[in-house]
Design a protein around this ligand. Structure first.
Ligand SMILES: Nc1ncnc2c1ncn2[C@@H]1O[C@H](COP(=O)(O)OP(=O)(O)OP(=O)(O)O)[C@@H](O)[C@H]1O
Ligand SMILES: [Mg+2]
Length: 254
């Protein structure tokens, strides 16, 4: 579970970038964050693994069952352990192109093994076997020894999901994970991300209201740094127009 309470963030010039954001996401939920460009979606997501420190508010993260940490105020040392429990999936994949698929999955646990071992990629056979299981879950096992650079966009995103699975996180964050993909790959990736939410809370930023309506259990809409909607993933045309304004017409809805 992750509990966000009254998060605010100001720019240097004093503009309120995030305005009193609050929400709680539990296991079994796949929350889609929608909103126009510049609304504050990425900033919100970045506060959840403290890539951005909020100026106000509290974020309680359940690292392991019953163990809560306030992400907004933990020490640097604790932050490392917390980030190891948060899987991230991005639009641009964030994979090491010159490394193999298997190595990229193994990197998911780099925060939990010693630096020396990580430098020499000293993973045990058991870890490699577990990484192969994660690759099987996204149907990428046959690519294990192939360099990531040679993969298609959909395949790369499946590797990123396998890496998150192997990391064994207590929360998964995804920022526009399907924005670079064609509709059939986007659907496949949505299904795989949704499957993660059976075990842990999943929060993703999307630009495709039809996809969030189909795959998410709940939608949160952000407008000008504030939550303007939090509820059922099916939004009416009127609600979407309120959220996106004139941008609605430009949205690719597939
Ligand atoms: N460090 C910063 N200082 C000042 N303004 C910032 C800073 N970082 C982001 N912003 C502004 O905060 C607003 C929200 O940015 P954010 O990246 O969250 O948008 P977004 O909703 O993810 O949009 P998009 O859909 O285009 O990715 C934007 O207006 C952005 O320019
Ligand atoms: Mg963004």
């Amino acid at each position: 579970m992750i509990e966000v309470q009254n998060i605010s963030k100001f720019s240097k010039s004093g503009r309120k970038l995030l305005n009193n954001i609050s929400f709680t996401v539990k296991k079994g939920e796949f929350v889609g964050i929608l909103g126009a460009s510049g609304a504050g979606k990425t900033l919100t997501l970045r506060t959840l693994n403290r890539l951005l420190t909020p100026d106000e508010g509290v974020i309680n993260f359940e690292m392991s069952p019953g163990i809560f940490k306030n992400i907004s105020s933990v020490s640097k040392k604790e932050l490392r352990a917390i980030r190891q429990k948060i899987g991230v999936i991005f639009q641009g994949y964030h994979l090491i192109q010159r490394s193999t698929v298997l190595e990229n999955v193994l990197i998911g646990r780099i925060g939990s093994i010693s630096t020396l071992r990580s430098i020499f990629y000293g993973f045990t056979d058991k870890e490699a076997a577990e990484a192969m299981v994660a690759l099987q879950e996204v149907n990428m096992a046959e690519f294990a020894n192939q360099k990531v650079a040679s993969l298609s966009g959909g395949e790369k995103q499946r590797v990123a999901i396998a890496r998150a699975i192997f990391q064994n996180p207590s929360l998964v964050l995804a920022d526009e994970p399907i924005s670079n993909l064609d509709p059939s790959n986007a659907k496949l990736i949505m299904k795989l991300i949704k499957a993660l939410s059976d075990q842990i809370p999943v929060i993703g930023v999307f630009h495709q209201p039809l996809m969030t309506a189909k795959y998410c259990t709940r939608v949160i809409a952000i407008k000008e740094g504030q939550i303007v909607y939090d509820g059922h993933p099916n939004l009416s045309e009127e609600q979407l127009l309120d959220i996106y304004g004139l941008e609605l017409e430009q949205l690719q809805q597939f």
